[in-house]
Design a protein around this ligand. Structure first.
Ligand SMILES: *Cc1c(COP(=O)(O)O)cnc(C)c1O
Length: 238
């Protein structure tokens, strides 16, 4: 009964969420999607996105065995994660929201992966902080595949030059690319574009796919899917 529940069914469970069951359901759908694409399920990392939910929920998901998490705000993550990381030291925390240069130091002290590098000023601040602190979180470059004004990410036409700058000039440990497709578009076009840009630069990681489209993303080669609602339920208002 865990399988194939749709999002609205999961949302109705919000008052009494069975995090272990949600996690199990998402994991088994990841495995199915990977097998359908002739991929090893272990090649897809589930990033559980607990943003806007209280810390107890992340703890419940940790208790259910999940160890890779995403947060989109530095300040919120600082309130939640130091204690959780102390309790579960093998946790990997990904920053998946926009990063301001004045928060780079805090972000790099807490996060293990920065997924949202998208402009030279930020890339330079991260490179400086790496030199200063000696900490080198894995880096992903966010591509604004839909060229949306309101969305973060480097424009696709600027991606090649920016990736080269990050890798060659700033020597950031760039592992791959990340995107958030426009809500009303067919996501597969965006996943295919991200995959193509990554291929040109030999970048192995593709962070793409959320609750509504992670199976599609896996068909297009996602190595990291960022799933919030399907695990944590509907986000409470901020
Ligand atoms: C919130 C968020 C997610 C998770 O979204 P769901 O639709 O709840 O799975 C994934 N990626 C990013 C960048 C997010 O901000």
């Amino acid at each position: 009964m865990l399988r194939n529940r749709n999002l609205s069914e999961i949302e109705t469970l919000n008052d009494n969420i069975d995090f272990a069951a949600n996690l199990q359901a998402v994991r088994s759908e990841i495995a199915d999607a990977a097998q359908a694409a002739n991929r090893d399920p272990a090649s897809v990392t589930l990033v559980a996105v607990g943003k806007a939910h209280p810390a107890e929920r992340s703890r419940a998901v940790l208790d259910a065995g999940q160890r890779v998490f995403g947060e989109n705000r530095v300040q919120e993550a600082e309130g939640k994660w130091p204690a959780l990381k102390e309790a579960f030291p093998d946790t990997q925390l990904h920053l998946i929201g926009p990063l301001q240069t004045n928060k780079v130091r805090q972000a790099m002290a807490l996060f293990d992966v920065i997924e949202t590098i998208d402009r030279p000023k930020l890339a330079m601040a991260i490179a400086r902080e790496m030199d200063r602190s000696g900490r080198r979180p894995d880096c992903l470059i966010q591509i604004n595949t839909g060229n949306e004004n309101q969305k973060a990410g480097v424009a696709p036409e600027d991606a090649d030059a920016f990736i080269r700058q990050c890798v060659e000039e700033l020597e950031l440990p760039v592992c791959g690319l990340m995107c958030i497709p426009p809500v009303d578009d067919e996501p597969s076009l965006h996943f295919a574009l991200l995959r193509e840009i990554a291929r040109r630069h030999n970048l192995p990681w593709l962070s793409m796919g959320m609750s509504a489209d992670y199976q599609v993303a896996i068909a297009f080669g996602a190595t990291h899917v960022r799933v919030g609602t399907a695990i944590f339920g509907t986000r409470p208002p901020r």
